[in-house]
Design a protein around this ligand. Structure first.
Ligand SMILES: [Zn+2]
Ligand SMILES: [Zn+2]
Length: 213
């Protein structure tokens, strides 16, 4: 397995290119902006792109989809509970004054308990709502592609439309049930591990609580 990360867009979002190099297959997780360099990276790596997997549909995680889909006609995977978030993204972008092109509607519905694969690599899908209603994480192969649930030293916001702070607490608790040495590849900021966050993250040690609406 090889995972490359790219920091894209105004919100400095992490897009991940996850590849089974032996098989020559890859997926893009959360192509949030700057679709052209992401397309170039896939081509430069000589990989066949199989799909776009979305942890959730906030605008900073989906803004590169239109460009990537023009280059590679691959299906977009999203939990259906995030469809309203996806469709509302252009209005949110307008409010921020950001250029934004909405990609085609997602093609494939993700659900709790699904197993998704790229080449021979398999990842389990957990529905982890709270930051967004259809937020999922993909875990397997020693990593969790965790979107905006858990960051190094912080957690996802729960004060945005369609957030739920109570549900988010359950999601956070579930995140800590992953093996301690699991590498957390977050939607923003550096990689961390479950063990490091359980030990030091103020939102997990009980020193801080997520914002509620
Ligand atoms: Zn988000
Ligand atoms: Zn984000």
């Amino acid at each position: 397995m090889k995972i490359q990360s790219f920091v894209v867009g105004a919100f400095q979002e992490n897009c991940y290119l996850v590849a089974d190099e032996a098989a020559g297959r890859a997926v893009l997780v959360d192509p949030g902006d700057e679709g052209e360099p992401l397309v170039a990276a896939v081509r430069a790596a000589g990989l066949t792109l199989d799909a776009i997997w979305l942890t959730h549909a906030h605008l900073d995680h989906i803004g590169g989809i239109a460009e990537v889909k023009r280059a590679f006609d691959v299906p977009v995977y999203l939990h259906p509970d995030d469809l309203p978030v996806y469709q509302f993204a252009p209005q949110v972008a307008a409010r921020y004054g950001l250029p934004f092109e909405l990609g085609p509607l997602p093609d494939h519905a993700l659900h709790e308990g699904d197993v998704v694969s790229v080449g021979s690599l398999q990842f389990s899908v957990w529905h982890m709502p709270g930051h967004a209603p259809g937020h999922v994480v993909f875990h397997g192969n020693g990593v969790v592609l965790g979107g905006d649930v858990l960051f190094a030293g912080s957690v996802g916001r729960t004060d945005l439309p369609l957030c739920d702070g109570v549900v988010f607490q359950r999601t956070l608790a579930r995140m800590t049930t992953l093996p301690p040495d699991t590498v957390v590849l977050s939607g923003h900021g550096p990689a961390t591990t479950i063990a490091a966050e359980v030990e030091q993250n103020p939102f997990l040690t009980g020193l801080a609580r997520p914002l509620r609406r």
